[in-house]
Design a protein around this ligand. Sequence first.
Ligand code: ADP
Length: 498
Amino acid sequence: MGSTNSDPFLKNIPSIKFTKLFINGEFVESVSGQTFETIDPRSGDVIARVAEGDKQDIDLAVQAARHAFDSGPWPRMSGYARGRIMMKLADLIEENVEELAALDSIDAGKLFSWGKAFDIPNVATMLRYYAGAADKIHGDVLKMSQELQGYTLHEPIGVVGHIIPWNFPSTMFFVKVSPALAAGCTMVVKPAEQTPLSALYYAHLAKLAGVPDGVINVVTGYGPTAGAALASHMDVDKISFTGSTEVGRLIMQAAAASNLKHVSLELGGKSPLLIFDDADVDKAVDLALLGILFNKGEVCVASSRVYVQEGIYDEFVKKLKEKTKEWVVGDPFDPTSRLGPQVDKQQFDKILTYIQHGKREGATLITGGKSIGENGYYLQPTVFTDVKEDMLIAKDEIFGPVLSLMKFKTIEEAIKRANYTRYGLAAGIVTKDLNVANTVSRSIRAGTIWINCYFAFENDCPFGGYKMSGFGKDMGLDGIYKYLHVKSVVTPIYNSPW
Ligand code: ADP
């Protein structure tokens, strides 16, 4: 199975070591014995069959996490001791960078060179960031009255369900798992069905690092079965979800209808990039292309709406069309590729349908628009001009390499149009004028604003949306608080009337 002998990158393809569910420190078959195929988007071939977890498996995993939380060492050990184990896990990840990057490349079509240089090394640094925070979690001393004194304790929230998407399988795993570990929680991770492989590898490394049994459980399987069972489980204290706005709504409903578990949602986006007349046009073009083509547009913060001020619009369009050619589509293991294949046939078809909508609605296709080759899910980088805000391509999250380009006259108009969306995940501004940058960054209702840069993420920078892009922050110290309860402890003072 997997890549054929004609695969020119056969040497890069790792053997698949882990395909079973990871529950209570062991790899196990699913209760039903069912498996599902995980597909190589470079070819559409099957890479491996993976255990298909369902409600019964979620029950077992939650039971293990519950036991580890209620009676196990993890929430009870010092933050420092937890941090030491997390540091060890980070080291093990660094020792296996190539294999982990390759797993995400065959499973998700992600560029191997990027995975090796960024995605995988960055999850090690993320673990270390939160490992360093694990022994710095503390509450406050409260002033209260002359009769009472009080303080707050920050306690781990309990058993957490992490439901994660396929576009950054490794990053998403650790964006969720690292702060929850630092907080002292135990957890069940439900990776996306498209990309189960690296999550299982991380479960194995966590065990090697000394994470106690039951603290991290991984149940691979589908959303409406395994995911839904986790979201509606009576013994799960919190769901941390990243994915589509539609499924985010289902998660909240399931949480409300079950035990009112806490929910945080990192959902879709349709992020605007605003480019003003004083911008360096070459730099602005590079940022716009990076913003939409990085990770083949499968990024929740992709700059899928680019607004260019009229003074530089024509020059911008000409240069953008030219520079799009530098974004070579090809095998994710080929070092000359800058875009790999879309993750699966469903996404590939969905993107092509949006491109048809764009044409039908009257937008002008200036480059791209087609699929590439007979095998796999490769698409040309695609740019539309003459886009109007009420067209589907300007409103919906396409999650592919499709850019909508629009022209504006004034700063007020740009702000109004940028905010004309149900989403509010991120936005970008390109200008040399500090007043413009400050005005726009305070006027756009989005969780992250990048000025003269894009995709500038760091571990200490909180990330999360406004509006229908969700709520609750990942990353940064804010990323830990959602895994903590605040408990108030109050006691009378000596000689008080109590
Ligand atoms: P995308 O559109 O990016 O594939 P989804 O929101 O469909 O994102 O999927 C993100 C995660 O949510 C995946 O792990 C998926 O299996 C899971 N999921 C999908 N449907 C449900 C559901 N009804 N309940 C819980 N989880 C779900």
